[in-house]
Design a protein around this ligand. Structure first.
Ligand code: AHR
Length: 795
């Protein structure tokens, strides 16, 4: 049995703000999600720029038997505010006719015995008109209504509180705005909020979702997004601009609707003030991400001599968060209702940045902010990859600038997570600290959460180098999915935490204040058995071998002169040539669509694959596969936007990008490609130049993943034990220097690897707690297969 000796007397590094959360408006996480507004397209600002199906009347419909009797005209000539210029003129020839809004998802969720706050702007056209506003359920059942008067030639705001005095609510209600008699009126900013928002805030947030966040006790919240922040035009007034925080504060009517790069519209009703407020309400440090005047998605960059307004935005943001009333932006915050500073400590510049566009600009931001606000912890970006040229470029820049932290991101398969629990073991404590700002394994099943938990013990163990970490993405509305997996799932009425959520929550709630050292003691026999077992797993693991398949990514081209040379024996295998066309439809299953040109024997562990490749049409470059459909290496050249070269391991359709660098394929150029394979190491060359290298590490699960911490707030010693294997794992713990009887609170989760929480079974896999006692400073335990156990020993 393994024995873990825990040094309980010597507190090591502070764990600080290690585990937090990341909010991005993806999967309708804000509008139609956390932001409690129930009306979709409330200001008639939806636009094909957001989504090609959108138009100014999206989510609205005429209400009238005779549709011809209602005329709807979108106007912009005399709006309430130029920031949101569209408004609606309704002209009807029939009584009680007009329009209705279907809300988000399947409809507006109305709860029994709840109050809803309605508001809209009305303007009369020729003469006053009586307007009926009503909430109707399915089959036209009227829950409640009110009569408003459009009797002013100027825009006038009207408000009504609707009470649902019924015993049952309705998940699919609609809001109707009707002209009582034939006539006309103008309408804008139609809004409906539940009164019961989180902390009862106006323009507030959905309570159930905030409660899920609050319950985790996150140490920080990264916002307002990842790609959403830097994917956009440079002009802050462009409809599809980058995310500019100044557009998101003040009266919601003046926040310009914006294209959300996830294919929908952002009202910005949930803006920077609300984000800071949310952070404060859930007790998390705010961690904003601002664009670095560079959009890597479209290679847009602000010239270096025009950076000032962008840097000023960063400085003003800090003043907005922390300045007192005598400062311009501190005063604005006070006027918005929050005289007390928000206490901003962290600021991230950029997200998943690739290319020198970022590393050229970042230093200017850094220098200016450092000079004015030396205490703000500045965060650089290390690309969206775990290794490779762009990752190194980010780190180099961070070191040169003296970044406090550097933001790493990766989405990987469970094997990679297990194989890389030691990723940060050799990171230095006097370097920039790692902010693992986005990570997840590909799935919401228990096997994913378990792998993440094992990986997180590696973060805790290396808190000297890893300062912050947050899972991504946070929210998904089941009716609008852009990205899976996600931590919290919801529809318009219900929400639940995925198994990954519960694991994140366990790590946050049991972070402790200091790391404790522990040592693993194994008998020689145990050590021998373990090593034999590890070697067996490594030997059984699939070598980098099997079918070789090739494909021009999304166009036409040719592969020829392919040859595999065994570097140990000198044997050679000639592969066939391939000339191919890639139809759009085939791209979904690229492996199957790729052409098999030969096979590399499984016992060839040291070899060189050489081939020539030419792309003659298409936007991207080449895909080269080695292996089988559900377990292969993919070598991509000219991937993403024909901008990179990657080596990835795919297992069961889930990828792990092992390494990436920048590389663009030039049309009609004949490339000499070479891949050197040496056991699990690969190095890829194009035209004789080494482009990317990687190690495809085998996932060898330890019997237990352990981390230990001390909680200075209550004096507890915390032990986390993760068993990712199918066997029970026994361990003995020796708490050095501890005697006597102590109570222990255990929090556990266990399930089969394929299990998950769903909307129908939201609590299938959740933690449960119980108490035990230990006598003396040592105890043994058996940890069940596929389980996570957190033990809090109350000293
Ligand atoms: O978390 C989803 C997306 O993943 C983020 O927007 C981006 O930073 C990353 O590519």
């Amino acid at each position: 049995m393994q024995t873990f000796h825990i040094n309980t007397k010597e507190k090591r590094e502070e764990t600080g703000d290690l585990f937090g959360i990341f909010f991005e408006d993806i999967n309708h996480a804000a509008d139609g999600g956390l932001y409690a507004e129930l009306i979709q397209n409330r200001a008639f600002e939806f636009d094909p720029i957001d989504n090609k199906e959108y138009h100014a009347l999206y989510a609205w419909e005429k209400v009238c038997q005779d549709k011809e009797a209602v005329e709807l005209t979108i106007l912009t000539d005399s709006p309430y505010t130029e920031k949101n210029p569209h408004y609606l003129r309704i002209e009807t020839k029939k009584t009680l006719s007009g329009i209705k809004n279907k809300g988000f998802s399947k409809g507006i969720a109305l709860k029994a015995k709840e109050t809803y706050h309605f508001s809209c702007y009305l303007r009369m056209v020729n003469k006053p008109a009586d307007i009926k506003v009503r909430l109707v359920g399915k089959n036209g059942y009227e829950y409640t209504s009110a009569i408003l008067k459009a009797d002013s030639c100027e825009w006038k705001k009207h408000t009504v509180d609707f009470y649902i005095n019924e015993d049952e609510g309705c998940g699919e209600a609609q809001l109707e705005v009707l002209c009582c008699e034939p006539g006309s009126f103008e309408l804008d900013f139609v809004s409906l909020f539940p009164h019961d928002t989180y902390k009862n805030r106006k323009n507030g947030l959905r309570k159930d979702l905030c409660k899920l966040l609050e319950a985790m006790h996150p140490k920080f919240i990264r916002f307002p997004g990842g790609c959403l922040v830097h994917d956009g035009k440079l002009d802050e007034n462009a409809r599809d601009s980058m995310y500019r925080w100044k557009n998101t504060i003040g009266p919601v009517e003046n926040r310009p609707a914006r294209r959300n790069n996830w294919g929908y519209n952002q009202t910005l009703g949930l803006g920077y003030y609300e984000y800071f407020q949310l952070a404060e309400d859930i007790g998390a440090e705010p961690l904003p991400v601002i664009p670095a005047a560079y959009d890597p998605h479209h290679q847009r960059k602000v010239s270096l001599d025009e950076l000032k307004p962008w840097i000023d935005d960063a400085l003003d943001l800090i003043e907005f968060a922390n300045g007192d009333e005598t400062t311009v932006w501190g005063k604005k915050r006070t006027q918005l209702g929050h005289p007390k500073p928000f206490g901003l400590k962290y600021l991230a510049i950029g997200n998943e940045e690739v290319g020198e566009g970022f590393t050229e600009r970042y230093p200017y931001f850094h220098k200016a902010i450092r000079e004015k606000y030396p205490d703000i912890k500045l965060i650089g970006s290390a690309s969206p990859f775990a290794a490779g040229g762009e990752y190194e470029r980010g780190w180099k820049s961070a070191r040169e600038c003296g970044c406090d932290l550097i933001d790493e991101h990766f989405y990987m398969n469970t094997d990679w997570m297990i194989a890389n629990t030691d990723r940060y073991d050799n990171f230095k404590k006097d370097d920039s600290k790692v902010f693992l700002g986005e990570y997840a394994s590909w799935g919401n099943k228990w096997e994913n959460a378990l792998a993440e938990a094992a990986f997180m013990t590696g973060l805790e163990k290396n808190v000297h180098a890893v300062a912050l970490a947050c899972y991504a993405p946070m929210f998904a509305n089941v009716d609008y999915i852009n990205w899976k997996p996600d931590m919290i799932w919801f529809d318009s009425q219900n929400s639940y935490g995925s198994v990954n959520y519960h694991v994140q929550s366990m790590f946050m709630r049991h972070q402790g204040t200091h790391r404790l050292d522990f040592e693993l003691e194994e008998s020689p026999k145990e050590q021998y058995d373990r090593i034999v077992n590890e070697n067996k797993i490594k030997e059984k693991a699939k070598t980098i071998s099997g079918e070789v398949r090739v494909k021009v990514h999304d166009g036409e081209g040719a592969f020829f002169d392919a040859l595999v040379t065994n570097t140990k024996t000198g044997e050679k295998i000639h592969l066939s040539n391939h000339e191919g066309t890639m139809k759009q439809a085939e791209q979904r299953n690229a492996f199957a669509a790729a052409q098999k040109i030969g096979e590399i024997p499984s016992d060839w562990t040291e070899y060189t694959l050489t081939l020539k490749a030419k792309q003659t049409s298409g936007r991207k470059g080449f895909l080269i596969y080695i292996g089988e459909e559900n377990n292969h290496i993919l070598w991509t050249l000219g991937g993403w936007q024909n901008l990179d070269i990657c080596l990835e391991r795919f297992k069961d359709n889930k990828g792990a990008c092992l390494s990436e660098s920048m590389f663009s394929v030039v049309r009609h150029h004949e490339y000499n490609l070479k891949l050197n394979v040496n056991d699990r190491k690969m190095e890829a060359f194009a035209d004789g130049v080494s482009m990317v290298s990687a190690e495809d590490r085998v996932a060898v699960a330890k019997p237990l993943y352990i981390s230990t911490a001390y909680d200075g707030k209550c004096g507890d010693v915390i032990i986390k034990a993760i068993n990712v294997t199918e066997r029970a794992s026994d361990a003995r713990f020796v708490l050095q220097g501890i005697t006597g009887r102590h109570s222990v609170t255990l929090e556990q989760m266990k399930a089969m690897p394929y299990e998950e929480n769903t909307m129908d079974s939201p609590n299938k896999v959740v933690p449960y707690t119980y108490d035990e006692f230990i006598n003396g400073g040592s105890f043994t335990r058996s940890f069940e297969p596929f389980s996570i156990t957190v033990m809090r020993i109350h000293l």
